[in-house]
Design a protein around this ligand. Structure first.
Ligand code: SF4
Ligand code: SF4
Length: 60
């Protein structure tokens, strides 16, 4: 599944990775927080990883 590496995340105003996930497995409380992948929803397609401009999403 996908995992957001907090140290690499640039806290983009609009998280492209979050937007591309159709099943909404990426959660974010507000712009000051790193998005989090919901382990129960994520299907491991890694589309989000290809969209993140900072390579902050990895496969775990
Ligand atoms: S696109 Fe990547 S770097 Fe930007 S907020 Fe989302 S996970 Fe973080
Ligand atoms: S790997 Fe696929 S299902 Fe999981 S968070 Fe990324 S886009 Fe969504």
């Amino acid at each position: 599944m996908a995992h957001v590496v907090e140290e690499r995340c640039h806290l983009c105003r609009r998280c492209l990775a979050q937007r591309v996930c159709r099943i909404r497995a990426i959660m974010r409380i507000d712009e000051d927080e790193t998005p989090v992948v919901d382990v129960h929803r994520c299907r491991g397609c890694l589309l989000c990883a290809t969209e993140c401009p900072y390579d902050a999403i990895v496969s775990v």
